[in-house]
Every structure is written in C-alpha cells, then in structure tokens.
Design a protein around this ligand. Structure first.
Ligand code: UT7
Length: 326
C-alpha cells in the first residue's frame, strides 16, 4: 500500500511587521515583559482591506508548486481557520474559486489553533479510503481582527499568518505521515473563546464589539497546553510505532516560548532539535504548524531520516499531534 505523504508546503503572512516596541506605544506593556514571558519579538498584522484569502491563496500556490500538482487536480480542500473571508461561503470554497480548483470539494474545520493538524487527520483518513486523491490542507488566521488592542493580556500574543500543505499518496517518498491523533474537551471551552458572531449572540444594532475579541485565561491554558500536547504526542507516537526517544525533530505550536521549552524538556530534546519561529510570528493560531513546517523544510532544520513530531493545542479546547518520517 502507498504511504500518505506530504507532497509540498507553502506559507504567507502580511508584509506589515509590528514589533513589541510598536506595541509599547499603544498599550501598557514592554518589550522586556513580552520577550521574557512569551519569546515574541514581532508579529505580522494585516493592513486594512487585507483578508484571509490574500494569504491562503499564495501559501496554497507555493504548496501546489512544491508538490508538482495543478489546482485543477485537487480533489479536496480542507481549511482550518476561524477567520475565513466570510462566515459563508467557507474559506476553503473561497480559496477553491481563487485557485481554480474546479473539481475539489471545500470544507472548513473550526478547531482554533489545532485546525491545520485536524485537517491533516481528516486528509489522512480520506486518503486511506481513496489513495488517488490530492488534498490541500490550509491552516491560518487573520486573528488580529479579533484582538482588543487595549487588552495587553491577549493583544501582544497573536499574529496573522497562513500555511498550506498538499497531501497525497506515493511510494518511496520521504515525507510519510505515519500517524495523526486528535483530542478535545468542550467543558474547558470558556478558558479560551470568542463570544460573538455565533447564534448565541446575534448581531443587533447596539452590538457589543467586545464580543468579537479573543478572551483567554492564560495561566490555566498554559497548564492544559503542556499536559494535552504531551498526551496526544505520546498517542501519535505509539500509533506510528515510535518512542519519544526516537523523535529527532519537534515542530511545536508557537504560543509561548516557555511552553515550547517545557515540551522540549518533557520530550528530552535539546532546543536545537525544536523548531522555533514564535519570535517573528507570535501565535498565528492554526497558522503556527503549517508555517513552521514550511520554514523547517526550507531551512536546514529537517534532514532525511528525521522522525518529526508536530504538536498543537488551542481553543475548544482542542489538541492534536502528527508524526512524519522525513
Ligand atoms: O494558542 C492557544 C494557546 N495559548 C496559550 O498556550 C497561551 C498560554 N498562556 C500563556 O502563554 C501565558 O499565561 C501568558 C503569556 C498569556 C501570560 O503569562 P503569565 O506569565 O502567565 O502572566 P500572568 O497572566 O500571570 O500575568 C503576570 C503579570 C500580571 O500583572 P500582576 O497582576 O502580577 O501585577 C499581568 O497584568 O503580568 C501582567 N501582564 C503584562 N504586563 C506587561 C499581562 N500581560 C502583560 C503585558 N505587558 N502584555
């Protein structure tokens, strides 16, 4: 049987870079606090008029080119995002039209930061049923539209970015998706949420704009993030037939440098085996994993023979992990 493989990746982010020093000018924060507590130095933030598809389309085109696949050959587009261009149609359908992926089916996954990796899990299952499919998995966010720039506890953490991967099946290809595992706990949903735009808070003339902002209990989320990323990573590794000792590279969710360092400690990996770009992007939610994967591929971080662990955590609460043989 052919393996499920990652055929190509891409990523894109707004040109506009906002540094911690820029944020110092508009809120009561400091570069020192942000760097020490999160590892973030700058993030990409859209300019007025820029939207999700402006970044999802180039990221997808890069992934298609790297895969050697035409958009017209795509059978399925899975888009992990909370911030598509419109509430309807789905982000995947908007991207489908812009790419000219006429025969594809488009669907969105709402799993916050875990959206891309949930997408990989769905793609893997589709491909096990129909190995001839070509699937585009997109993950990313224009999360800055949901940030309260007066709330220093959330605004400094996030950034906008989108990544994409084309997934299919091949023999003898060095990017085998060996296992993807997922999990969620809706009972903890209020630890990280956006209240508005759903049916619970229909938009009225005197709509409270505060409803559209990200709200987070950071310390609680911190604990759940580590616990669940470790648990789901172990589950994915067991399914792939590996122990954590055999993992040679880790590409973790980029939410907080301290979380990344604690994961490295749990997995007993030196930091040079752990991919980090949080300093330049902040937390781009569903964008962190595909953007990091794309950058890891285009740097010298990944080498043939690597056993790569992707691990992510986000609102829902949701979590997921994937194991790739490079
Ligand atoms: O992608 C989804 C998953 N998200 C995460 O995994 C995020 C997890 N949580 C975190 O990364 C951290 O909890 C935060 C970075 C959000 C916060 O770091 P912390 O070390 O947990 O800080 P804290 O919330 O306990 O706040 C400590 C202090 C507070 O002041 P007092 O009460 O001690 O006087 C805050 O008001 O830091 C203050 N503070 C800030 N100060 C300067 C909070 N935000 C800021 C800020 N600038 N931006």
């Amino acid at each position: 049987m052919k393996d499920v493989v990652i055929l190509g990746t891409g990523s894109s982010a707004p040109d506009n870079v906002v540094t911690n020093f820029d944020l110092e000018k508009i809120m009561d924060t400091s570069d020192e606090w942000i760097v020490q507590r999160t590892g973030i130095k700058s993030r990409h933030i859209v300019k007025p008029g820029e939207k999700f598809s402006d970044f999802a389309v180039p990221a997808s085109q890069q992934a298609l080119a790297a895969a050697g696949i035409e958009a017209a050959d795509l059978d399925l587009i899975i888009c992990g995002t909370m911030t598509p261009d419109y509430l309807m149609p789905a982000g995947a359908c908007t991207v489908q039209a812009l790419l000219g992926a006429k025969k594809a089916t488009g669907m969105d996954i709402c799993a916050a930061c875990s959206g891309f990796t949930y997408g990989l899990a769905i793609a893997e299952k589709y491909l096990k049923c129909d190995p001839d499919m070509h699937i585009l998995v997109i993950g990313g966010e224009i999360i800055s539209h949901h940030l309260d720039w007066e709330d220093r506890t959330t605004a400094v953490l996030f950034g906008d970015a989108v990544g994409a991967a084309v997934v299919g099946t091949r023999e003898n290809h060095g990017a085998k998706l060996k296992a993807v595992e997922t999990g969620s706990d809706g009972n903890l949903g209020r630890l990280l949420y956006i209240e508005g735009m759903g049916s619970a808070t229909p938009v009225t003339k005197d709509y409270d704009i505060d409803n559209v902002y990200v709200k987070m209990q950071g310390r609680e989320i911190f604990k759940h993030a580590i616990r669940n990323m470790v648990e789901v990573s172990n589950r994915a590794l067991a399914k792939a037939g590996y122990t954590v000792d055999q993992v040679t590279k880790v590409i973790p969710h980029q939410a907080n440098m301290r979380i990344i360092e604690m994961l490295a400690k749990q997995f007993k990996k030196p930091m040079d085996k752990v991919f980090v770009n949080i300093d330049r992007y902040g937390n781009s939610s569903a964008g962190t994993i595909p953007v990091a994967l794309n950058e890891a591929i285009h740097s010298d971080f990944l080498e043939p023979g690597d056993v790569v662990l992707l691990t992510v955590f986000g609102g829902g609460l949701t979590w997921a992990a994937a194991v790739i043989e490079w």
